[in-house]
Write a protein that binds this ligand. Structure first.
Ligand code: ADP
Ligand code: MG
Length: 279
């Protein structure tokens, strides 16, 4: 067999916010699905011990034989953990509760902050493919836990950029400066190439003046880092995970699905602009 042509490494985006319930997992699942729907090849890496991204994509506990815990401890390589989903071109490396013990497990390893980077970095390298049928990923989306712990630091050290979901609620900006500070620390110590890709406002409720005010405040504070696309609060979005489906499979026409498709094209446009600027 002729050697395969070299493949570009994937773009690695970490979905991070130390607040729980702001839409990280929902965005990982549905942005991943939307990117796959427009032709990208996507791997979601579930780094939350709760495993909601895995469950929301219909991966039951029994099939999580190899998990991101095994990858981070070095007992498996990333492609051994990868499972297909019902969405073509969308794969997931699932998580289990074991992940909650990772911090202690890695405590005296010098490379503890780089475990994920090293697992993700070679993902598209010739040597990491076990069969010729395995796909090259154009995007890796990392679903972080609601904490600025070692797991999230691993995600930031592995990522090209951070995507921050912010819920349109009164305390939306609370905690953001702490998050940005952590990103800055990771940039100066572990990952000089790290940037903020963008901020995505979630659970927007047009009938609520507060939601509108929050959008204005966040745009004022963060400028063009905030994506044009705002994700509306939509009951279809919150129902879909209980069927083990992304909302785009559950109800493609609903406003939530349409918003995630717009977010995906906005992200691809930003990526093109970044690449053009670098060339
Ligand atoms: P995180 O991963 O940041 O903890 P989740 O993505 O799990 O947050 O979202 C928290 C809750 O809000 C979940 O029950 C989810 O279904 C719901 N949710 C998220 N986005 C929306 C939305 N756009 N409309 C309605 N419910 C949403
Ligand atoms: Mg989550």
């Amino acid at each position: 067999l002729a050697p395969l042509p070299p493949r570009a490494p994937p773009r690695v985006l970490a979905l991070a916010n130390q607040k729980g319930g702001v839409g990280k997992t929902t965005t990982a699942i549905n942005l991943g699905t939307a990117l796959a729907a427009i032709g990208e090849t996507v791997l979601i890496v579930d780094l939350d011990p709760q495993g909601n991204a895995s469950t929301g994509l219909g991966i039951d506990r029994r099939s999580r034989r190899v998990s991101t815990y095994d990858v981070l401890t070095g007992d498996a390589v990333m492609r051994e953990a990868v499972l297909e989903t019902a969405v073509p071109r969308l794969h997931i490396a699932p998580s289990t509760m074991d992940l909650s013990g990772l911090e202690l497990e890695l405590a005296d390893r010098r490379d503890r902050a780089y475990r994920l980077r090293d697992a993700v970095r070679g993902l598209n390298d010739e040597g990491s493919f076990r069969t010729r049928n395995e796909i090259t990923y154009s995007y890796v989306l990392i679903d972080c836990p609601p904490s600025l712990n070692l797991i999230t630091v691993n995600a930031m050290a592995a990522a090209n950029a951070i995507l921050v979901p912010l819920q349109c609620e009164f305390f939306a900006l609370e905690g953001l400066s702490q998050l940005l500070k952590t990103v800055e620390q990771v940039r100066t110590t572990l990952n000089p190439g790290l940037s903020i890709h963008g901020i995505v406002l979630t659970m927007f409720d047009a009938r609520n003046n507060l939601s509108t005010q929050v959008v204005e405040d966040v745009r004022q504070f963060m400028g063009d880092k905030v994506y044009e696309t705002v994700i509306p609060r939509n009951v279809r979005v919150s129902e879909a995970p209980s069927y083990g489906k992304p909302v785009l499979l559950y109800d493609l026409k609903c406003v939530g699905s349409q918003a995630y498709l717009r977010l995906a094209s906005e992200i691809i446009q930003r990526e093109r602009a970044l690449r053009a600027a670098a060339a």
